[in-house]
Design a protein around this ligand. Structure first.
Ligand SMILES: [Fe+2]
Length: 388
């Protein structure tokens, strides 16, 4: 198929997170992640949209948290169906007319026509949204010719409040979504958005193929993952679906049951120095998914198999901080760690299965699939050693 014309995406500009408890969001973004709060919805916007919004800045990406004020607004409708979760992802584009025309010509489904807003100084923001196959998550496209406020009706604080981004968050590295079946979404990304496949993987833990007892027990972790990207902007979407034989037990299926549909599973935030970021976040009470010690026992072998001869970091430091390592090629690797999902952080299913990843790339363009596998295998080894 000939390469489709690019939509002219520049970057992920914001993610819009619908939450039940916005004060808890403030404690998380400001208190733990050191993301500054840069503004909030005006009383008029809050009343009109029947939702209150607060905006935090995570490097180049804004995180908008909205909570219902009364009934009938988008946050209320989303939260009636789902636990807390990502309702919109917004992309800055070079030319909104071009993006709209390309999307509509290719079968995209705009929710509205292009909306035009002019600020007090005559600067223009134009925007529209489309429906997507990502469950109830919509995409918004924004063209800003010098228009600075994130969106009309947002009142920027005179000074950013709280955080200073001491952990060096740079912005969104990738967005990962879970589907019961991902092919419709992949085809949509290819034929409507004009994205290309970057990378793919599918795996089970070793035991599934090698250990008959394991198969019989019916405990398994399997997924298929395909990454699509926009080569011009580098915006990347990782996509997962469960993989038989344990479709129902797959973590991807469990996400879908908890979220009550397809949707965004995690957003990876890139950082400049993951060691100091994770150390600092831990000191502030951020909770990460635990990594068993056995993961680090296996690490030298894994790295040797991957052809990674040396790391800039001490394995003992990585082990202390429980940071994971993965890579594909000689000398190119990435460091990553996953926060506990919101439901786990807050002990409430309503907080949702969404979570953040923190990632630092050192030449690798992968997504840490080897870590899923290594992590599951470590957990299973630990379970076996404990006689479970
Ligand atoms: Fe990821």
């Amino acid at each position: 198929m000939p390469k489709l014309e690019s939509l002219g995406i520049r970057r992920v500009e914001s993610i819009h997170y619908y939450v039940r408890d916005i004060e808890r969001s403030r404690r998380f973004y400001i208190g733990m992640m050191d993301c500054p709060e840069i503004g909030e919805s005006s009383p008029e916007l809050t009343a009109g949209g029947r939702q209150k919004s607060v905006v935090f800045q995570a490097g180049s990406c804004a995180i908008i948290c909205s909570t219902p004020e009364g009934e009938g607004g988008r946050a209320h409708r989303y939260l009636k169906k789902h636990p807390d979760g990502i309702g919109t992802v917004a992309y800055e584009v070079e030319d909104i007319d071009k993006a709209f025309k390309l999307l509509e010509d290719r079968g995209g489904t705009p929710i509205d026509d292009i909306q035009k807003h002019v600020d007090g100084q005559g600067r223009v923001l134009r925007t529209f949204s489309i429906a997507t196959p990502f469950g109830d998550t919509t995409f918004r496209f924004v063209e800003r010719k010098g228009y600075e406020p994130l969106f009309p009706g947002l009142v920027p604080h005179a000074e950013p409040r709280g955080g200073k981004n001491v952990f060096g968050i740079e912005g969104v590295d990738h967005i990962t979504s879970n589907f019961q079946t991902m092919k419709p979404a992949l085809l949509w990304m290819e034929h409507v958005l004009g994205l290309e496949q970057l990378w793919h993987v599918q795996f089970h833990t070793d035991d599934v193929s090698t250990d008959a007892t394991f198969l019989k027990d019916g405990r398994g972790s399997g997924l298929r993952s395909i990454v699509m990207w926009d080569p011009e902007s580098g915006v990347k979407f990782a996509n997962n679906e469960p993989w038989r034989p344990f479709f129902k037990a797959s973590q991807i299926n469990i996400f879908n049951e908890d979220h009550r549909g397809d949707g965004v599973q995690h957003v990876a935030l890139g950082v400049r120095d993951i060691l100091s970021a994770v150390r600092g976040m831990r000191a502030r009470g951020v909770q990460f998914m635990p990594t068993p010690g056995t993961y680090y026992d296996m690490l030298p072998n894994r790295l040797a198999k991957l052809g990674i001869e040396r790391l800039d970091e001490d394995v003992s430091t990585l082990k202390d901080l429980e940071i994971l390592v993965d890579g594909e090629k000689r000398g190119e690797y990435l460091l990553q760690i996953f926060l506990k999902d919101a439901a786990g952080l807050y002990g409430s299913k309503d907080a949702g299965p969404f979570f953040y990843e923190i990632i630092q790339r050192k030449g690798s363009h992968g997504f840490g699939a080897g870590n899923f596998r290594a992590l599951f295998e470590s957990i299973e080894r630990q379970q076996k050693s404990e006689g479970r």
